[in-house]
Design a protein around this ligand. Structure first.
Ligand code: ZN
Length: 360
């Protein structure tokens, strides 16, 4: 059964006096699973530096989790996995261009690991079924890629059995064809993320081994970061692994030829085709950020195509307004209701059939 997960902004949830409005909208969208996040005000991360704000988030998660569970929904929490408050003194990722990525911890930082372990323990204790880390769990992007922080240099030198400084390492990694220095760089990236996944799983297991932990992949997740599927297995522990793929309808908004919707659909299908494990739950990136720029039809086309393809098990469908009051802007709901008969036909004619080729 295709699973529809919908994010609800925790701060919006709290300020909405008539919570029936939220329930009505979720029901109208045929939601199966609610993901609580804090996207609008807090940029989607947990506030680790301020105990008062942090506790407010945890309390909000607990309150929202109880509420949605009482109304029959599976509940997840969805937030950043390496992005932290800029006030905290963790080791930032350092890209090969020499620039540090402020506010993003390198997963090799043991102090960050400890702090974030406690965060996941607190979140798991709120009663959520799933913790889904967002697509910052990676070494790629931000105008470069990494990491050449002091921890990573140490890991690479140990692997190579040589003492090499940052400047020389950078030259060796980026020059020529395949070489042992680049291999050591890739291995250090993979090991740092694997260790992070293991440590986060261990933390959650101390309070509830049934809580699922997964993450949202990015472009680098299958190359400079290691292997997304293996990482999702490590995060999952004894639970069913969950992975959100990358490729969203908002990419096509205003991009014209550069990012056609059908190519984004095919990107997600390609990622799904790489999955060697039948037990990993794959969900599509039904992201329309910012919704003012992304036509509701893009989300509808994306969702109908992927449902018909059978490539994914569900979607993270950003369709309930997380900024304005729920119900204020209802364009996404209108388009969904208009297309609802098509979803039923897709269910009837496509489910259980094998997909072959592309763009069909
Ligand atoms: Zn690093």
């Amino acid at each position: 059964m295709y699973n529809v997960g919908i994010p609800i902004n925790g701060d919006n949830f709290r300020r909405t006096k008539n919570k029936q409005l939220i329930l009505d909208e979720l029901k109208a969208f045929d939601c199966d699973r609610v993901f609580i996040n804090f996207e609008t005000i807090l940029d989607g991360h947990m506030v680790l530096h301020n105990e008062e704000d942090y506790q407010r988030q945890i309390d909000c998660l607990k309150e929202a989790c109880n509420f949605f569970k009482q109304h029959g929904y599976e509940v997840g929490a969805w937030f950043w996995g390496l992005q932290f408050d800029r006030q905290l003194p963790f080791t930032p990722m350092k890209m090969l261009n020499g620039r540090c990525v402020d506010g993003f911890a390198c997963p090799s930082d043991t102090e960050f690991i400890k702090k974030f372990q406690q965060c996941l323990i607190d979140v798991a204790n709120t009663g959520v079924d799933i913790i889904l880390l967002n697509d910052d769990v990676r070494f790629g992007a931000w105008g470069g890629f990494g990491c050449l922080c002091e921890n990573h240099i140490k890991m690479m030198c140990e692997e190579l059995g040589e003492q090499i400084d940052e400047t020389r390492l950078k030259e060796l990694i980026l020059s020529g064809g395949k070489n042992k220095y680049r291999d050591a760089f890739l291995k250090a990236n993979r090991l740092a993320l694997e260790n992070y996944a293991i440590k986060m799983r261990e933390a959650i297991d101390t309070v509830n081994p049934e809580v699922r932990l997964g993450f949202c992949v990015c472009m680098s997740s299958w190359d400079i970061d290691g292997d997304a599927f293996e990482l999702s297995k490590l995060m999952a522990g004894k639970t069913k692994p969950i992975l959100r793929l990358i490729g969203a309808p908002y990419w096509t908004a205003g991009q014209g030829e550069k990012s056609r919707l059908q190519n984004i659909v095919e990107l997600e299908r390609m990622e799904a085709s790489w999955n060697p494990y039948p037990d990993i739950e794959l969900i599509a990136e039904g992201d329309v950020h910012p919704r003012l720029n992304c036509a509701a039809n893009y989300l509808e086309c994306f969702d109908t195509a992927l449902r018909a393809s059978g490539a994914v098990d569900g979607i993270l469908r950003i369709c309930v307004d997380g900024v304005s009051n729920v119900g204020y802007e209802n364009g996404y709901l209108k388009q969904y209701l208009k297309n609802k008969p098509i979803y039923s036909e897709i269910e009837k004619h496509f489910v259980g059939k094998e997909h072959t080729g592309i763009r069909i």
